[in-house]
Design a protein around this ligand. Structure first.
Ligand SMILES: *Cc1c(COP(=O)(O)O)cnc(C)c1O
Length: 239
């Protein structure tokens, strides 16, 4: 078994045990492999290991990979591409034309542009609203106090499917503190689900805070290091 395949298996086992530890079904939790800065060779290995959903942070890098995998087909497999980086309004067209998902919509202008620029022959673009849960001045994301208004503006837009929420909390090492922040997101998610019962995605958790995110109700974890980090000369650890 190659190393990427082994890592993916380890991450899936962690999802399984984290879910079981809090009485959730592991089927409720999707794994997004965050492939930013990783080569197409490593992504190919991940696809061969059965991982089809990938997250990219940089529009241009993402598009190059999307082109690569549409030219170099692997059987019938069509990888799914999630844009998870900060989005500037002059880049919305590329996201609308190439990606399947956008996790980082935090203002109406972005949503309006994505909606208008999504090609009519493509299915609706799946979008999440990014929340600035740690209230960091320099970070993207809408404040919780403005979330309801933003959702009601975005929800009716054509060619977009609003599926839920996403957040990247400030870096915290302590598990219990991680949990407090994620639970705040989960409450907001449940509150909004009363209005939008079709919402099914709460995108929370990365390699270092995945356990707390799953305990707090995440339905999609975004994992980069845990899948790819021991490669490309970054380090030689065995684990
Ligand atoms: C890089 C990144 C991740 C993955 O983080 P890891 O710590 O590598 O698992 C997840 N989400 C976003 C938005 C990222 O930019």
């Amino acid at each position: 078994m190659n190393a990427i395949k082994q890592n993916i298996q380890n991450v899936k086992e962690r999802i399984l045990s984290d879910a079981q530890n809090c009485g959730r079904s592991p089927k409720e939790i999707q794994l997004l492999a965050v492939s930013k800065t990783r080569s197409v060779k490593l992504i190919t290995e991940a696809i061969q290991a059965g991982q089809y959903a990938f997250g990219e942070n940089y529009v241009q890098e993402g598009i190059e990979k999307i082109h690569y995998f549409s030219k170099n087909r692997m059987g019938n497999i069509k990888p799914q591409w999630h844009f998870i980086g900060p989005l500037q309004s002059n880049k919305t067209r590329s996201v609308a034309e190439y990606f399947d998902w956008c996790h980082t919509v935090d203002r109406f202008k972005l949503a309006e542009r994505l909606s208008a620029q999504r090609p009519s022959n493509l299915p609706d673009l799946n979008v999440l609203i990014q929340v600035n849960i740690s209230k960091e001045k320099t970070k993207s994301g809408v404040m919780l106090s403005e979330l309801f208004d933003l959702a009601s503006l975005i929800s009716p837009l054509p060619k977009l499917k609003l599926c839920g929420l996403m957040a990247i909390p400030a870096l915290i090492k302590d598990y219990h503190q991680q949990l407090v922040v994620f639970e705040e997101m989960h409450s907001a998610f449940l509150e909004l689900k009363k209005e939008y019962p079709e919402w099914d995605i709460l995108s929370l958790g990365m390699t270092n805070d995945m356990t707390a995110a799953i305990h707090a109700g995440s339905t999609l974890v975004r994992i980069g290091e845990g899948i790819f980090s021991h490669f490309e000369g970054k380090m030689n650890e065995t684990s």
